[in-house]
Design a protein. Sequence first.
Length: 351
Amino acid sequence: MPPDNSLSPADNYDVFLKDLKTRIRRAQVKAALAVNKELIILYWQIGQEILARQQQEGWGAKVIDRLAKDLKREFPDMKGFSPRNLKYMRAFAEAYPDQAIVQEVLAQIPWYHNQALLDKLKAPDERLWYAQGTLENGWSRNILVMQIESNLFQRQGGAVTNFERTLPPKQSDLAQQLLKDPYNFDFLNLTSVTQERELEKALVERIRDFLLELGVGFSFVGSQYRLEVSGNEYFMDMLFYHLKLRCYVVIDLKVTEFRPEYTGKMNFYVAAVDDLLRHPDDQPTIGIVLCKSKDKTIAEYALRNVNTPIAVTTHSLPDQLKANLPTIEQLETELNAVVSELSEGNEAVEE
């Protein structure tokens, strides 16, 4: 039979092949997810059976070792029936007695992620929150563990903002949930940071880690981003665009505690970005003042009559950096010492 020469570039064969490859890969992902879901539901059911039999029959812990040997003998090609894994199944079933929750969330993420949740957390609501985060953001197991160890659950949504008054309700709720307090910069490996510019430079150099800490959706636009207003140049510390919020996000870095005047500067930046960069389809620009520490009452007063959406939150630096950052009291002491020396010098000249 002669070869089929009916296909030609004009027939868009490459496009056809590319489309088929995409469909096959999508089907492979769906199949893998389906297998994962069935496997985890099976593990939950095995765990439930072990729990029930131990309670009803009075079986002790040794039954798990015996069960592991018998299952391994019956299913030699299947992994997952070790005594250790059977104990995880029992703990999994005990932690989540409601099968509906298992099917809706926990069966959608890999088993190793569920093991990490059991190992690292005790509170059911926190486990489900991190499981949902894994599902939404596609966290690897290592990233999940890092998020747990950095106390992401406790840090989420803790910033002082005026979003409720300055943003539409849906935008306000989402923006508030995405913010953290504090932001954890433990990935920085510097020995000292004494100025905002140095901190900014360090974060830009580790921008992938910084984006991970900021959260899913942040896209880096630039640092020391230039704006021209009435012939004058102004430089914003960091500018981002958030893909979920559909808006620009201006970040102003401070190595000191929050001061009320910081909101005035941020208000200017946000208004300028809205006028100069914002597309008509974009949502209102958001400003984040990221400082060493803050007094909640002072921050709330500073934002009360500001009509642009601004948040005040804090950053947590590595221990070796904290030790090198001067406190406000230290700065004041040094300043007073300098003033005193200058005064003494002037007195000596007068004499």
